[in-house]
Design a protein around this ligand. Sequence first.
Ligand code: GLA
Length: 705
Amino acid sequence: MNRVHHLRAAGSSLVLDARGTAVPTVLHWGADLGALTDRQLEDLADVQVPAVTASSIDVPLHATLVPSAADGWPGLSGLAGWRPEAASGGADRRPALRHARTVATSGTLRVELTDPDAGLRVVVALALGGHGVLESRTSVTNLGTTPYLLERVVSSLPLPARATEILDLSGRWSGERRPQRSSLRDGTWSRETRHGRPGHDAPFVTVTGTSGFAFRTGEVWALHHAWSGDAAVRVERLATGHTLTGAGELWGPGDVVLEPGETYESPRTLACWSDRGLDGVSERFHRWVRGRPGRATRPRPVTLNTWEAVYFAHDLDRLRALADAAARAGVERFVLDDGWFRGRRDDRRGLGDWTVDRDVWPDGLHPLIRHVTGLGMEFGLWVEPEMVNLDSEVARRHPEWVLRGAPGRDPVGWRHQQVLDLANPDAYAHVRDALVALLDEYPVASLKWDQNRDVIDAPSRPQVLATRRLMDELRARFPALEIESCSSGGGKVDLDVLDRADRVWASDTNDALERQSIQRWTGLLVPPELVGSHVGDTRSHTTGRTHDLAVRLVTATFGHSGIEADLTRASPEVLDALARWVRTVKDVRRLVSTGTTVRADRSDDCWVHGLVAPDASEAIYAVVTTSSSPAAVPSPLLLPGLDPRQTYRVERVDLAGPPMVVGDVPPPWWTGGGAELPGSVLAEVGLPLPPLAPEQATLIRVRVR
Ligand code: GLA
């Protein structure tokens, strides 16, 4: 019905003025406005009319759902395209959409817009779920008789003027998701990614908010574009006083052609509002992710991954010994990483030939898998289905399957590999059949699904869609199969791939300190149990930094926990400590899978983050010093997120010895058996922290008394 609509959920509201034939406008997206009558909604809409200022268009300027030059919008239009064989006198290039109808069902609005002259129908679908996450998606249908070349489709939402700061993420290989922050000025903050995957530098979540917003405070509006391919995310502030945040796919000229009658469906944009800072954003997104259908719900199995243990040096006896040590430590899933398939002795050859290398594995993977499963562990396997090495049987036989931007033009190599054109039905069938044959032959519980190269040479959309289809086919055929999304570490972490994957590999670095930061910011969107986190070697393979075992253990507790080190060379003491830690992981993993992520706002370099049970009956916290304390006596340890009315017992969990304390100070409170205090005291007054040495970490467990 064409009226003013009000969506409400989890303390937030969205009001859409969908009266008349103008493209509807979001009048409010933010705090819950309470139950409003139709009359009150009409009144609200009637007064929300921007002034017509001097030297401007003669009608009030609205930031509509699909802003357009035809309506006088001076910013980026939400829809752009054209017809090469235009018969519409240019109407195709500047669509003038009109509102046909809006259909409301519980929590959703379907806004239908048309431009008969341009021959287009646009549908904007909005849904505000119980978690408070607003999903929006735009479809465009070509109603004309000639092809329509889409240039841009953006789903946008308005922001209020008090959103004056912006934070999003960037990064690089082994340094993913680094926050960057600035004030918002007139102009466009535009992040365009052209990797054929979100990339290590993906904006990830774009947060705008009130001045000084932090983890626990401030009003914020956050947006994630759920798409594993090229994308543009923007915040545009106009001198007119309007600010819009929006996202859409990024295409080259002619990449997306709508034939007559064809419809383009945009990826989802997921957005949420919170008046409880970034923790409120995480809470909403985590609920959304945890509630998605078809996700693995059983306790996350403690994993051993062979990559940093053996790299390409696959040897049955060595891997059996590694499996023995893993099983002794309590590991539940053994993942054989890269190096098992035909010709794959290094990273220069073999990709695309997905059969077991008979030189290294004369009896196939059976002897190893029998050993692993005999020890009570499940088996996982690394694959990289979207890629090919030119030095492979498949590339020699089918050079035409290599994705090329232009016929006969060899794309630049990247880790000595190329993209296999999965939009080619024969190439697709080759990979699918090879994977099906593997999964038919071997009891594989999980695939670590890698993508180590950007798709830069040709449009990435067909590749993204084909990969989705391949994952869907495999999951339909092997319903128990789990998938980990990996992409040179954390190059593909998004809520598109997480429709099909059960965890992400957040980064190739197992350096605990780097991981603290990567996990903290990955956790803005993805709940910890979906983020693989492994205990690496004492000396990190990626940074050369050395960390105490305790620091590495604490860090890997807050995720889908695992180990990635050569345990055959570990001392009995280390193996014992690992076994103790695995018991702790199993003890707290339900909390990790269901808890609310909390991060304390502190002014020093001591990071305090935790997971609090939904009923606040228990919690775990990590106290991590990223550098030395600026003050001789650090500020107290405040524990956020507990129930102020409950009394809690607070203890340090000893994983591998106490953290190093600087100076000859009296034993801290945790050596005397812990403390017992009300949640209000723990949150507001806290517990004293000793002067901890840099790069230390401690696990704190809190339970209602
Ligand atoms: C990528 C992954 C690593 C490992 C290697 C194997 O870099 O991120 O974890 O699987 O590939 O080649």
